[in-house]
Write a protein that binds this ligand. Structure first.
Ligand code: COA
Length: 228
């Protein structure tokens, strides 16, 4: 699913179930991180790292451990950017060469309503009005799609800018959510500075709903219109 949302320069790998295989074997330093975790966490951790190593191979790179760094940002080999996500029934990794893509973020969620109280906690008033607009219930759960887009924004933003943003620091606008796929824009209300000194004021992303899952993705291309 996720590769449909990203440019060809981003190599994606995904899995719909866990399973023990040589591919999901962890490096000792990875295994140590989840040694006392519940089985479900160990399984998603291993499967998503198998996805990451498949994506590394797709970039022509050898397998390596994927360890958390500051604020749990996954640490990639030098010159690589990427993102990982897991939710019930889905795991994915998306990786690219930093020469092509400055940052990538992906997020997956079950296509179901958010728990009570979460929309109020994550949405700006205009976003909440969009999510709750009369006549828009189903097939896509707008509240969950909004949440996923914000998580996707955070995963793109934080590894690049290294500054926390909160849910009310990004304003998401969906171009259309009547079908099962579309685009969104994220306006960052507290802009950041890119490594080259240019401003980072927002992102454009894409989303897709299928088989009970929602996925969102952003790729900030190195030679995008605003940066070429
Ligand atoms: C970190 C966070 C974004 C993860 O999202 P999630 O939907 O809970 O979980 P997902 O399964 O989709 O993603 C988990 C993966 O995200 C990655 N991740 C964790 N922290 C990260 C960070 N600071 N930056 C980028 N990626 C991160 C990791 O690879 C993790 O997988 P792993 O633990 O197996 O290594 C989320 O838990 C969080 O802290 N959100 C609050 C911040 C936020 O979203 N603000 C909104 C700004 S608009």
């Amino acid at each position: 699913m996720i590769s449909q949302l990203l440019p060809k320069t981003v190599v994606c790998a995904e899995a719909y179930e866990d399973g023990e295989s040589p591919e999901t074997a962890l490096y000792p330093e990875e295994a140590a991180l989840v040694a006392s975790s519940v089985p479900g966490r160990r399984a998603e951790f291993a499967t998503v790292r198998a996805c990451a190593r498949r994506a590394l191979a797709g970039l022509g790179l050898p397998p390596s451990p994927v360890l958390p760094g500051v604020r749990n940002v996954p640490q990639w080999p030098k010159g690589v950017v990427g993102s990982m996500t897991h939710c019930a029934g889905y795991r994915a990794a998306a990786l690219a060469k930093a020469d092509d893509v400055l940052a990538v973020g992906i997020d997956a969620e079950p296509d179901g309503p958010l728990p009570d109280g979460v929309l109020e906690a994550i949405a700006l008033p205009r976003e909440a009005a969009w999510a709750l607009a009369p006549g828009t219930a189903g097939p896509v759960h707008r509240d969950r799609l909004l949440f996923s887009a914000k998580e996707c924004v955070y995963k793109t933003w934080f590894p690049l800018i290294r500054r926390e943003i909160d849910f009310d620091d990004a304003e998401i606008t969906f171009s259309d959510a009547a079908g099962s796929s579309g685009t969104f824009s994220a306006r960052i209300l507290r802009p950041g500075r890119l490594p080259d000194g240019g401003p980072l004021t927002g992102f454009t992303g894409r989303w897709l709903a299928r088989d009970g899952l929602l996925v969102t993705a952003i790729a900030l291309e190195a030679k995008g219109p605003a940066r070429s």
